[in-house]
Every structure is written in structure tokens, then in C-alpha cells.
Design a protein around this ligand. Structure first.
Ligand SMILES: *Cc1c(COP(=O)(O)O)cnc(C)c1O
Length: 344
């Protein structure tokens, strides 16, 4: 039996030979003391690429965002976000446990907030009881199907935030996928927000790690919170060496993942009419709405696994992500698995 095709996430990629060599050869220090030269190079590079003052290398995107919430929002206050955003859908318990923060959520088409929605959510409380400390947006939006904000849309949301005096945070776990679609450099998005994070470990293909980026003062407090949360990770340069390659090489090939996702979506739309709209698959995330197929998402996932294809289930749908370790032949094989699963 050959290895299954793994479309559960774009986090499943294995490090390339070049990454493994760079990791073996990495010059390291002690990150607690701030003298790991490879970590420092990666942080400098992330600051340069985003055009922000400084960056912090952290183990996960979740930790980046939780540190940002701790720095930018006070216990008892609110963060405004879209209702299916990762920050509240997958991390609300972390925000509650670590920072006493809760959310004011907005339902938005494909997860993309409008400036009007943000302005309404930031209207002052006439009783002066609730306070919003932060607005968080997600680009690309995962549960929204990998949907993409244009830079102008983010600029308009920023104007609504500025009018209310509230900072704007970007969950840019997959911001480079958005850049591959719009053609805008990541710095164009970064210029519209107060702080942001992006993952090295997703489409960019590093084994581990994410970057938190922002102004000098913000990163200074983020560094203190990082130690508070127990994430001074010593010779992290071993991992950062792969991160540097991911940051420089990863963005160049994301359009291939998007093309593969489109082919996958079109194939499934042919097999299960109405279950996928290929026009609504701009990046590397494909959601299949199996409601009309007579089988539940868990049933499909079991059948597909038996046919050699790994998927995830999110909100009652089947979710697949394309990534560096799957090519066009794997997409054909994945579609064949769907056809067998449908027939069986
Ligand atoms: C994956 C993801 C995160 C969290 O990143 P981890 O490295 O898995 O902690 C945050 N936001 C979005 C949109 C994600 O897809």
C-alpha cells in the first residue's frame, strides 16, 4: 500500500533536503539571552520583508496571536473579529485562559469583514461599560475557504479602526497566499495594521515556527510576554535555519498550490454537482459541502481514508489543503479516490 495522500493541512509538509542541511549546519546561541544568531537573522529578515520595525520568532501562530492579545487587550475587554475566525473559533479558550479576553463577533460573507461592519462593532457603548481594545482580521480566511482581502479593503478597515482609536491586528497565517493572488507585497498589508503574524510552517513549508511582527515598542512587550508564557526556546536557531529558507523560497511557489486546489475543486464539482464552487477557491483551501450527498462528512472522511486520501472535517464539511508535498499527479489520485468513495 502506498503512503496516503495527505490533504489534511498545509502544515504536513516535511522539511526539504536544503532545510535539513541548513538545520544541521545552523549557527546557534541561546534565545533567552537574545544571542542566537540564526534566530536573530530570521527576525531581521521578517522585519525587512514586512517593513515593520521588528519581529519575534515563536513556536506557533497561536502563540503569536495569544502574545499579541495579551499585549494589546486588557482582561475584561473585547476583541472584534469575524465569527468563524481562528482567533475566536479555535483559540477563544486560550484568549480567555491567558488574557481574560473575550470576543464581539461579526458574521461576514466568506469571513471577510466590511469597513461598515467594523465601524458598527466599534460604536461606543452608550452605557460606557464594554470596551473594545482590538480588531483582528484573518487573511487568507481559513473557514471562509481561503478567501482573500485586497489591500484596499484592509486600508478601509484600518480607517474604521483609527476613527475609533482601536488598533488592528492581522492573523496572516497564510498572508503569502493572499499576496500570491493579489500581487501585493506582504509589506503593503503590513503597512495597514499595527501588528501581524504569519506562519512559516504552513504553505511556506518550514517544519515549525511563526513570526510576530510590529512596532518596536510592541515587540519589546511581546518579548517579555514570550518569556512569561515560557517560550524562550534556547537553541531555536536549529529551527530558524529552516525558517529562513521557507521565508525566502516558500512564497515563490504558492501559485502552484492554488492551481492544484482549483483542479481539485473542479474535479469534485463535476463528481458532486453543487458541493464545491471552484470560483470560490482562490487559494489552497477546498471545502466540500457534502450535505446533499446523503453521507456525512465523517462518513466521507472514513471512505476517503480507505481509498488512500486524508482529509479533515470542519463545520460539517470536508476540508482539503494543497501544499508543497502534493503535485498534479497527487491531485489526480485524490480525485480518483473521491470517485471510488462516491461509487462504493
Ligand atoms: C493555523 C492557523 C493559526 C495558528 O497557527 P499554528 O501555528 O497552528 O498555531 C492561526 N490562524 C489561522 C488562520 C490558521 O490557519
Amino acid at each position: 500500500m502506498t503512503a496516503p495522500i495527505d490533504l489534511r493541512s498545509d502544515t504536513v509538509t516535511r522539511p526539504t533536503e536544503a532545510m535539513r542541511r541548513a538545520m544541521a549546519d545552523a549557527e546557534v546561541g541561546d534565545d533567552w539571552f537574545g544571542d542566537d544568531p540564526t534566530v536573530n537573522r530570521l527576525q531581521d529578515r521578517a522585519a525587512e520583508v514586512t517593513g515593520m520595525d521588528a519581529a519575534l520568532y515563536l513556536p506557533s501562530g497561536t502563540m503569536c496571536t495569544q502574545i499579541a492579545l495579551h499585549a494589546l487587550a486588557r482582561s475584561g475587554n473585547l476583541v472584534v473579529c469575524e465569527e468563524s475566525a481562528h482567533v475566536c473559533g479555535m483559540e477563544a479558550a486560550s484568549a480567555a485562559a491567558l488574557s481574560g479576553v473575550t470576543f464581539r463577533t461579526i458574521a461576514a460573507d466568506r469571513g471577510l469583514l466590511t469597513p461598515g461592519q467594523v465601524a458598527a462593532a466599534l460604536a461606543p457603548d452608550p452605557y460606557d461599560v464594554t470596551a473594545v481594545d482590538l480588531v483582528a482580521i484573518e487573511n487568507t480566511h481559513q473557514v471562509g475557504g481561503g478567501s482573500v482581502y485586497q489591500v484596499d479593503q484592509v486600508r478601509a478597515i484600518r480607517a474604521a479602526c483609527q476613527a475609533a482609536g482601536v488598533p488592528l491586528y492581522l492573523d496572516g497565517a497564510r498572508i503569502f497566499n493572499a499576496c500570491a493572488v493579489t500581487g501585493a507585497p506582504v509589506s503593503a498589508y503590513a503597512a495597514q495594521v499595527d501588528a501581524m503574524m504569519f506562519c512559516l510552517s504552513k504553505g511556506l513549508g518550514a517544519p515549525i515556527g511563526s513570526m510576530l511582527c510590529g512596532g518596536a515598542e510592541f515587540i519589546r512587550s511581546a518579548r517579555r510576554i514570550k518569556v512569561l508564557f515560557g517560550a524562550a526556546w534556547r537553541q531555536a536557531g536549529i529551527m530558524a535555519a529552516a525558517g529562513l529558507i521557507a521565508l525566502d523560497e516558500g512564497p515563490k511557489r504558492l501559485h502552484e498550490d492554488h492551481e492544484n486546489a482549483r483542479v481539485l475543486a473542479e474535479g469534485i464539482a463535476d463528481l458532486l454537482p453543487g458541493a464545491v464552487d471552484p470560483a470560490a477557491v482562490p487559494t489552497n483551501i477546498v471545502f466540500v459541502d457534502v450535505a446533499g450527498t446523503g453521507r456525512s462528512a465523517p462518513e466521507w472522511a472514513d471512505r476517503l481514508r480507505a481509498e488512500g486520501l486524508l482529509v479533515t472535517m470542519v463545520s460539517g464539511k470536508v476540508r482539503m489543503l494543497t501544499h508543497r508535498d502534493v503535485g498534479p499527479a497527487d491531485i489526480s489520485a485524490a480525485l480518483a479516490a473521491w470517485r471510488r468513495a462516491a461509487a462504493g
